[in-house]
Ligand binder design. Structure first.
Ligand SMILES: Nc1ncnc2c1ncn2[C@@H]1O[C@H](COP(=O)(O)OP(=O)(O)OP(=O)(O)O)[C@@H](O)[C@H]1O
Ligand SMILES: [Mg+2]
Length: 365
């Protein structure tokens, strides 16, 4: 997949900017606070209809304006695709080749990208929610319908929560819970299955990358823990019983205690939980391996590499890992956008350079 050009209108600190990008490595460099991350955020928003930084589109809108527009030309399997996402008067409009998409799930995944920034280190050290988000985001990009499934599950969850918090009698709570639980089980099992499959695929590719990055010295493993259990079959079959067993506790605590919205993806390093024991460098290698695993899986599913967006990560990697990453990018011909603050750190080889200053981008030759 390739991005050919991107046009931004009133997005963050960009008023009006259009830029052509080249295959291979594109470097955006400039001082702090000039718009490098904003540019990657714009591209990511254009591909997914969402920002990874904020929930509300208003924050993405250039101050004083009431909306923004992003347009991009992409190449997917030698076909040109135009994407447009516009936010105006609190409404979001997404278009593929000028045709409006009614559902986000019809739009997401048309063009794929993997984004990696130092904030992603939270994947290893942060709570389970970060890891669920990582899995869900990936599945949403590659499986049509997953966004709808996730939305439906979250709606049922909300309804069940509202019921638990309501003033209804114990008896009516118990009887109504059974109805929501049935839906929770049906949708929850599907969620678990998708996440389980992805984890197994990732385990194979990411542990391969980790082994190479650590020069064969260390071993990474990832395991999905459905409903807090180790075994998938057991989780699927015991889901209804677990809900029944926890009904009184759920009523008492007014919280939904059982379901994949509480699952975790456990990352092990040399058979120990990485969240507790991994060093800074090891965390970086683990996240890099997960991200490269994602790149490889998208390639396997879509038969084309996704775009790779590296925000400030190159300077965070030591020489060996940096070299490993760049060799992977070059050998796989992945179109990559890299941000950095100083032009001196630029990698060797053929690169295209763009200078970013105060919301304007200039190609440097
Ligand atoms: N909605 C907005 N409207 C206008 N300007 C904004 C908006 N949101 C953020 N900015 C400005 O964008 C700038 C930050 O841009 P960005 O995060 O892309 O910087 P950067 O070039 O990546 O810097 P760094 O090297 O520090 O990461 C800040 O100056 C901020 O004030
Ligand atoms: Mg930045």
């Amino acid at each position: 997949m390739l991005i050919e050009s991107l046009r931004l209108e009133n997005f963050r600190n960009y008023v009006q900017e259009e830029i052509r990008l080249e295959p291979g490595i594109n470097i955006l460099f400039g001082e702090n606070g000039q718009g490098k991350t904003n540019f990657l955020e714009a591209l990511y928003f254009l591909l997914t209809g969402k920002s990874y930084r904020v929930q509300r589109e208003q924050e993405l809108t250039h101050w004083g304006e009431n909306g923004f527009r992003l347009q991009g030309l992409f190449q997917v399997k030698q076909r040109i695709i135009q994407l447009e996402s516009r936010y105006y008067e609190r409404r979001k409009i997404l278009k593929i080749n000028n045709m409006p998409c009614r559902k986000l799930s019809d739009y997401v995944g048309t063009v794929n990208a993997v984004y990696f920034s130092p904030d992603d280190l939270i994947l290893v050290k942060g709570g389970p929610g970060e890891r669920r988000k990582f899995l869900d985001f990936h599945i949403a990009q590659t499986k049509p319908g997953y966004v709808s499934l996730l939305n439906s599950y979250n709606k049922v969850l909300e309804q069940k929560r509202a019921l638990l918090k309501s003033n209804l009698s114990l008896q009516s709570k118990r009887s109504q819970l059974a109805v929501w639980n049935e839906e929770l089980i049906e949708l929850g099992r599907k969620l678990i299955k998708h996440r389980m499959n992805l984890t197994e695929e990732l385990q194979t590719v990411s542990s391969y990358f980790y082994q190479h990055i650590s020069e064969g010295k260390e071993k990474m493993e990832i395991h999905y823990r459905p409903l807090g259990l180790k075994d998938y079959e057991e989780a699927i079959s015991s889901f209804p019983n677990l809900l029944i067993e926890h009904t009184e506790q759920e009523i008492e605590r007014q919280a939904v205690l059982i379901g994949p919205h509480r699952d975790d993806l456990v990352i092990y390093l040399n058979q120990k939980p990485a969240r507790l024991y991994a060093s800074q460098g090891q965390v970086r290698s683990l996240v890099l391996s997960l991200k490269l695993g994602e790149v490889q899986l998208i390639q396997a599913k879509k038969e084309e590499y996704p775009l790779l967006l590296l925000d400030d990560v190159l300077s965070e990697l030591d020489r060996f890992r940096r070299k490993y990453l760049l060799e992977f990018i070059y050998s796989s011909s992945i179109q990559t956008l890299i941000t950095m603050t100083s032009a001196e750190e630029m990698p060797e080889g053929k690169i295209n350079r763009y200078y970013v200053k105060q919301g304007q981008i200039r190609r440097e030759f």
